[in-house]
Structure formats: C-alpha cells, structure tokens
Design a protein around this ligand. Sequence first.
Ligand SMILES: Nc1ncnc2c1ncn2[C@@H]1O[C@H](COP(=O)(O)OP(=O)(O)OP(=O)(O)O)[C@@H](O)[C@H]1O
Ligand SMILES: [Mg+2]
Length: 602
Amino acid sequence: MQKIRFLGEDLIGKIAAGEVVENPASVVKELIENAIDAHASEIRIEVEEGGKKKITVSDNGSGMSAEDARIAWQRHTTSKISSADDLFAIKTLGFRGEALASIAAVSKLTILTRDSESETGIELHIENGKIVSERVCGMNAGTTIVVSQLFYNTPARLKHLKSERVELLRIVDVVVRYAIAMPQIRFTLSTEHGNVFTKNPDSDERAGLIPVIGLEGAKSLIKMGWKDGRVEISGYISKPEIQKSTSDYIYLYVNRRWFYSKNIVNAIRDACGESLMKGKYPIAIIFISVPFEDVDVNVHPAKTEVRFVDERSIINSIAGAVRAAFARHREHEAILREVHEKGAQQTLAVESTGTAAQPAVVKEAITAYAASHPAGIVEEKTKVKIRVIGQALNSYIIGEISQTSEAFSGKPFQEASPPEKPSGKNSLGVREGAESHLVIVDQHAACERIAYEALRNFEKVVKQELIVPLVVELTPKEAKTLEEYRELLASLGFEIEDFGLRTFTVRSVPSVASMIATKELFIEMLDSLGEGKAQDAEEKIEHVLKTIACKSAIKSGEPLSVEKMYEILNALYKCKLPFNCPHGRPTVLKYQKKDLDRMFLR
Ligand SMILES: Nc1ncnc2c1ncn2[C@@H]1O[C@H](COP(=O)(O)OP(=O)(O)OP(=O)(O)O)[C@@H](O)[C@H]1O
Ligand SMILES: [Mg+2]
C-alpha cells in the first residue's frame, strides 16, 4: 500500500472543479446563476470559439466591493448562506461558495465589479490560485466575469471538449433554460460572429419560448395552473397530438430553479394517458412553487437534481395540472369542432375521403434494394416460393412460404407476384422435401429490415433530390445531434445546408427513406438519434441506419394492398437476415403443419 498523504491545495481545487465545471456550458451556467442571484435585470453572455477560448458574462446586478471581490473567487466563500439552518431553506441559486473557485482552478479568470456604494470598480486577474494583478477601473455598477483558456492546465479535460459548434449549442441550451425561468430578465447571447439570441423581458411569454422549442412547439402549448395545499404548479404542456421521442423538451423548475427528475418526467407521461404513444414524450414547461424548506437543493454536485420533502404531493399536483389542462383543451376543441361541423355539413357530403396514398417508401426501398442486391445474396441453394394470404389486424401479413434446400437449376429466388385473378388455388403446390410454413410477418419490422439492408450498401444508396427543400428549425439539442451525425447522414444521401445557427435546409434524402422528407419525420429521426449512446464510429453507423430504417418503414396499423404485401415479402426473403428486424426483434413467426397439428392436439 502507498503511504497516505495530504493533497496540495492546487490539486484539491482541480478535483473539486471536476465536479462543477465539465465544459464551457457549465461555466456559463454558474455565471448566469451568480448574476441572477445578484438581482440583475440584464445579463449578457459573449463566447468565443464555443466558449473554449473565452467566456464573458456581464450583469447589472448588485456588484461587489473591492474587498469582497478579492475573496469571492476563493474556495468556500459565499454571501448567500451563513449557518447550517440556511442550508435547508435555500432561496438563491448558488450557496456552496465554490463555483468561482472551481472556474478559477481551471482557467484564467478576470473579475470586474463595482457595487453601488463604491465610486470606482475593481479589476482582478487570477491565475494558478492567486491574484496576479489588480487595478481600479471605471464602470457601471454590476459585474463582468471573463473566463479565458478554459482547461489550459487540465489537458485531459480539454481533450474531451467537442467542436466549437457543439459547445456553443450546449451554451445556447443553458441560456435558454434560464431565459425560460426568468422572463423578467433580458438575456443576450453573442459570439465573435454576432448575436445568437436575445430574449427581451417584455415579450409575450409563449412567444419567448420559440427559440427553445421552435415555432410549431410553442404554438402547440396549452397553459396549466394548479394549486394544492403547499404546492402550486404553472406552465405549459403540449397538445395531445404532439409526440416527441425524447424527454429533452420537458423543462422542470422548482422555485424557478431548473432541475431534472426521472420520476416527475414519468408522472407527466402517465398523466398524458393514452394520447401518448409508447416511448413518446410531450413538450412541457413546469414551474413548481413550494416553500423553500420543502425542497433540498443540495443533493447533486452540479445542482441539477433536487429532493422534495413530499415528492408524492408534487407528483399528484403535476398530474392534476396536466389532466385539467387536457380536459380544458378537449372541451375547447369540442366546441370548435361543433362550430366547424355545422358549417361544413353540406360540403362534407360531396368531399371524398378517399384512401390516403400509400407512402412510396417501401416500393422504393424494395426497388432500390432489388437493384442493388443480386439474387445470389439469398442463402445459396434455397428456393423460396411465396403466397400472400392477406393482412390481419392491419399490422401483419399472413402468407405461405415454401423453401427448398434441394439443388435446383435457375435463379434461387423467384419473384412471386399476386395472381391476376383469385384462382381458387390454395396451396403452393409444394414438392416433397420442401419445407413449407404458414408465416405471420410483422409489416413494420419487415420493412425496417428491408430498408436497413438497402441502406447498408452505402455507396449504392440512391439519393432523392427534393423539389421543395425542407427548411427545418431545430432546438439546440437537435442541432447538436445533427452536427454530430452530419457526415454520416451526408454519406447516406442527406444533403443538409446551414441556414442560420439552428435552421437548416434539407435538399435531398436517401431514396429508400424518402418518407423522411417531411419536417416532422426528419426531426423525429434527429430526436431518436440524439437518444442513442453510440460510442464509436461503428456504433454510430449502426444507430443511424437503424433509426432511418425505423422512421422510413411502413407503420403497424396501416392497411396494405395485396401487391404491396407481395413486394414486402419478396424483398424480405431476399434479405441477408430476413428473420429479425435491425433491433433484433423477430420479423416472421413460422408454423409448419406439424406445429399446427400439435396445437390442435391432433
Ligand atoms: N455576478 C455577481 N454579482 C455579485 N456578486 C457575485 C457575482 N458572482 C459572484 N458573486 C459573489 O461571489 C460569491 C461567490 O460566488 P460563487 O459562485 O463562487 O459561490 P456561490 O454563488 O455563493 O455558491 P455556488 O458555488 O453554489 O455557486 C457569491 O456568494 C457572491 O457573493
Ligand atoms: Mg454561484
């Protein structure tokens, strides 16, 4: 065993900093919190190279005296609490007295500050745990903190930073999070290239949300309000038809402090009830107000989780608020519908509802696939005959398949086509030695498999130019995901151009996934990509292929024509691994006659 020794101050500082400062966005978070605690009504954030080179946060808050400024950046110094009792009723965002110290330990820090009592301000430069220079300066009351060369003395951390754009988007996310919480404060975020976003205090509450959740998202919000004993809930929830693939759009605040809680996210989903599909989430902005002593905010190093004294009552109140908001919304919709129906009764009689055109995707997937895969790809020496019996429950294709492993002449796979007319023939006329099955095919899983294998053939993927390019407005998280997967998507046929920081134009898509050429599906695809935990390049490719395959596949519940079913089964049986979808779930259930006999106890 090594001998135990005391760590040096410098090392202690860097270890502590590791918990608080993970990237430029965490610096921005701490500095914004300090400005809010100083009662600023305006906070300006400027970053260079995604915050890696320089972060400047200026506020017009209370400022500090020269004396206070000289100690504010040291460890365990705070003006916000003074006794253990205070710790259990925290009213400020900061309280630990370690944020500035942590930032100072891993960067070059400048503090410029002046309180309203002082004639002049003070400018301090801090490096390697000490003040290296100090001077008097003229300035308005308030504070400006400049953080330069983040992680210059911790190369391991520096290495883990992402591209400038990704780091910037993380910062945007943080600023927006606080801008939602503090509508009375003016926030400005800019980079060396110009203004990114300004949130004015007097703007309409919902309009202010557009930079975070996009115009469509903001338009979809229903207002909530609820009070139950000590708990008050306000905020917004999206209309039932909005279905997001991630919980990223659920913003939780307690006493205007942002936090995350899996339990509450689950409770919100439960309260949405059946309107929400499996694995989907709504958009929600939830402000919880409780007495300060009812919540412990000192449970997480970066203060992103909290503990409620009575979590059950919080969850019940949120569920109540969500249900009440939906009930009001339904009532409202019903009234609108009634008005609309009365007006539309006559036109309805002549308007043909028609069947919606089948998405072209599977046809294209199959054609592209067939074109790029010579028939020999099917297990050699296997001959497949297919007969479609029909579709069941709008989700499953029932058919009869016969596979012969005997030697044969000619093509191993014979394209089956629907009979011209029902012929009355009800079997495949299978020869002795052939293995014949009744099959139940999951139409969605099968299409996923077909699209996935077509896409795997990268260089042969055909791209489809869009006549009208899609213009998509993304949230910071989606834009971050897009950035991460951009090259891969490009190699698959997605031509994407920048059109502003978080607006992009999509000019082409892979033709096997032409169904993704709608804003909603494109964004859904990004959301699913963002959820993945892919580590290396190979996992990423897999993740992208599976996601595109899933989003472009025919959904379960969709009626199919006989031709379509033949197309799907033909293409499926040409796949290398026809019997599982890319996620590993089965595509086909097979029953031989003897299996059925056994089930019927014959
Ligand atoms: N922008 C600011 N305006 C006025 N005072 C500030 C500002 N930033 C920091 N301070 C002062 O410096 C002190 C130390 O700040 P620091 O962020 O390190 O700790 P904290 O906010 O008290 O706690 P935490 O570590 O939880 O953030 C604060 O308590 C506050 O008094
Ligand atoms: Mg602080």
